[in-house]
Design a protein around this ligand. Sequence first.
Ligand code: GDP
Length: 367
Amino acid sequence: MEQLHCHGCGVLLQSTDPESRGYIPEMKDTGKPLYCKRCFSIRHYNKLTKVDIDDNDFRKMLHTIGETDNLVVTLVDALDFNGTWVNGLERYVNGNPIHVLVNKVDLLPQSLKPVKIEHWIRRRLKAIGIKVAGVQLISAEKKHGIDEAVNEINRLRKGRNVYIVGTTNVGKSTFINALLQSYGEQIADPITTSYFPGTTLDFIEIALDDNTSLFDTPGIIQPGQLTHYLEYTDFKYIIPKKELKAVGFQLKSNQSLYVGSCAQFDIFTEEPISVTTFYNNTIKIHRGKQEKSQEFYEQHKGELLQPIQSPLPENFNHRKRYELRTNHDKTSIYVSGLGWTTIHAKNIDVSVYVPDGVDVYMVEALI
Ligand code: GDP
């Protein structure tokens, strides 16, 4: 049979697997251009479907970006900065400027001033030794800050190509869709063939003018995020849809705090201390005695400590312990992809138990 290619991205068309690249429901050469499912949805609905990649392909892709002069725009999640920062990004982009879009700010408490969030993000970047061209707060879903971001990208790119990079679930597709919707009518044919040399990846090229383009790159899988271990149907229990509400607790000496079955904080203190939690409101927070806390977890995981519906993944039975000591008057301990607990006292020892593979990190509190 004759091999047919997508007129948009050039991929070989197939009509057997709707989830694989190049899918088209009916393979018929009518003489008209044919488009794969992904390109069809971009053309007709201004909607992008996602492509995710593993670390190895991603590294090759980033090397390619570093070989030319361009602007790199990276999206991070306002609720999980360290967990969604692409590690090693600055090395790979090889001196190209990096512009940071902090997405999902609609989920942070609305009482927080944007300037406070921005300064906190800049301190996080400084702490990991990254110099950036700019930082902007956006909500791709609520379409807040999109026009401002486009204007700033245009200013910073100085006539160069733009590459958009980010880990999976930071909202990259939502952002590009918002961008396509705002500018869809001006972009005659947003998609062209593009492959990253040395990889099996394709990326979406959106012409910005006659000579330069914006390239959407595949999402990078960050295995430290809790969501990677859960069924898609359980995301709704973990990922907030509305503004996060802070929930405060007084902890007496040596108590444990359980965040559903997903995390356990053993807090070692003689004096009572204040703790604030920032998790999706469907997750039950439970306080208990530290003594026999492991047995308590084993007995109640997936029941009393239930935030999710599916059987618990295997790594919930093999938890990893992180030993931390708070180093600010208000220190936040993040569980990547889940949320964070803020401890209102310095020099407090905390053991955090999470499913093996999930990242935990500690930073100065934002709130
Ligand atoms: P990608 O993997 O980076 O392409 O991420 P998606 O665009 O698919 O978004 C991942 C999830 O985050 C989806 O459930 C989106 O609805 C949600 N999302 C994306 N942007 C925002 C935002 O600005 N605010 C909120 N609340 N959710 C968002």
